[in-house]
Design a binder for this molecule. Structure first.
Ligand SMILES: [Zn+2]
Length: 226
């Protein structure tokens, strides 16, 4: 399903124009049509009917311009089926069928300048191929980057090791090198409570165990009662 230059009108795989309108988040199907004009008319009538807006004032007719008939011509993957409409700027829009079977509407000057050469599938394929081709080199670059980062920041690795060394083996008890004492903490409802610092590791562990009894046990019992 491809968009057209008219709001609410799309082109189906079979080259039919499908009109619809969304009212209060509800999509109302307005039917399939052979031409964009018919579908646009259905859409306009629905807008008048459902949205109750005043009809727009007469716009000046599109400026007539001379253009070459591009019907049957091929531009990249696009084959021009027929003239779809003349835009307000006098620019002709052509209904095209892409090699991938999608229909699309393309301004004449975009075809002639070779700016548009597919329904959009060409660009999608290119970016996919690019990603595939570069995946391995990208992964390599990431690995290199990580290695480089660790070489330039040796303290990152040191820090990790230090943390591990400070562990007491008991949750909430750590050795603080600065004060050369064992520090006990406990987290209750997301908040950390300081339980003191101790020369003796056993005292810090004791403080932690007592705090667990005090703070965590009632919480566990509360949960059991639920
Ligand atoms: Zn295509």
């Amino acid at each position: 399903m491809a968009k057209t230059s008219v709001k609410g009108v799309t082109i189906t795989k079979h080259g039919k124009y499908k009109a619809g309108i969304t009212i209060q988040n509800q999509l109302i199907h307005l039917g399939y049509y052979d031409t964009l004009e018919e579908a646009a008319k259905a859409r306009k009538e629905a807008e008048k009917k459902y949205r109750n807006r005043p009809a727009p004032r007469n716009r000046p007719a599109p400026r007539r311009v001379n253009y070459t008939d591009l019907s049957g011509r091929r531009f990249g993957r696009l084959e021009v089926i027929r003239l779809e409409r003349i835009g307000e700027n006098g620019q002709p829009y052509w209904l095209c069928k892409c090699d991938c079977n999608n229909y699309c509407s393309v301004a004449g000057n975009n075809l002639m300048s070779k700016q548009t050469r597919s329904c959009g599938c060409l660009r999608r394929e290119r970016s996919r191929n690019f990603a595939l081709k570069n995946r391995e080199s990208l992964n390599e670059a990431i690995r290199e980057g990580v290695k480089k980062y660790h070489e330039e920041n040796p303290y990152v690795a040191l820090k990790r090791k230090k943390r591990a060394d400070n562990k007491s083996g008991v949750v909430g008890v750590r050795f603080n090198k600065k004060i050369k004492k064992w520090v006990a903490n406990i987290t209750v409802n997301g908040k950390q409570i300081y339980l003191g610092s101790y020369e003796d590791k056993a005292d810090a562990v004791q403080a932690r165990k007592a705090a667990e009894e005090k703070y965590h046990k009632p919480l566990l019992e509360d949960n059991d009662n639920e």
